[in-house]
Design a protein around this ligand. Structure first.
Ligand SMILES: [Mg+2]
Length: 230
């Protein structure tokens, strides 16, 4: 591995524990709105439906098939369909989800100690396909803003991973070069695929140990492994 100066991190599912933060939010909302009134579905059914629908919608968003508004407007309507729930979701549900979820603080295991270690040795930045306001709130809520110099989003760069333009923008913003930088993320297509187009080194965070055939510079299953390798 090269002598790095800059490390670019993905945010959701790489540092910020999206699953845990989102599930906690959804469980709160299930209680608050007493969602069982809309049909015979449990909290677990609600969480599963959200997870599937959200993944599909983000996939469409990442491929420029839908925009932010559509993603937000469609999310709970599609969840209702999937659950076979009665009527339409409470109108405030989507807004409450967006307001509450980014305020949750949970990071993935060993994220903080690893960032402590890395921040003393490298310049750290974030490249995320999320939206400015939401991602900033997450970073503040998790108390990790001080680790990062530059936050590149699909909104402020005008492009989404895996498009090379967002990585070019990130390099320009940070003064980083392809020879002294690595991209760390959980998504083989957006994070790893995108970074490889520019010839950046890639570190694949694969906590679920999914099988794949993509060539990566380094693969880790726990963030703490970065302290051994970097
Ligand atoms: Mg991610």
């Amino acid at each position: 591995m090269a002598a790095y100066k800059h490390l670019f991190f993905d945010l959701d599912h790489t540092l910020w524990d999206f699953e845990r933060n989102s599930n906690e939010t959804l469980a709160n909302l299930y209680e608050t709105y007493r969602l069982q009134q809309w049909g015979n579905f449990s909290v677990a059914d609600f969480l599963n439906a959200f997870s599937e629908v959200n993944r599909q919608l983000w996939d469409l968003y990442n491929h420029d098939k839908i925009d932010r508004q559509t993603l937000r407007a469609q999310r709970f309507i599609r969840i209702w369909e999937r659950l076979g729930a009665a009527g339409t979701p409470p109108p405030q549900l989507g807004e409450d989800y967006l307001a509450i979820c980014p305020t949750k603080p949970h990071l993935l295991p060993h994220a903080r100690e690893t960032l402590d270690y890395l921040a003393a040795r490298y310049r750290l930045h974030i490249i995320t396909n999320g939206f400015d306001d939401i991602q900033q709130t997450k970073i503040r809520s998790a108390d990790i803003a001080h680790y990062f110099e530059v936050l590149v989003t699909s909104q402020n760069s005008g492009h989404k991973k895996p498009h090379r333009a967002i990585f070019d923008y990130a390099l320009a913003q940070t003064g980083a070069g392809t020879h002294n930088s690595a991209m760390i993320g959980d998504n083989l297509e957006t994070d790893i695929g995108g970074a490889k187009v520019l010839g950046l080194d890639t570190i694949f965070y694969n906590p679920e140990r999914i099988a794949h055939e993509t060539e990566v510079t380094l693969e880790i299953h726990c963030l703490s492994e970065l302290q051994r390798h970097l």
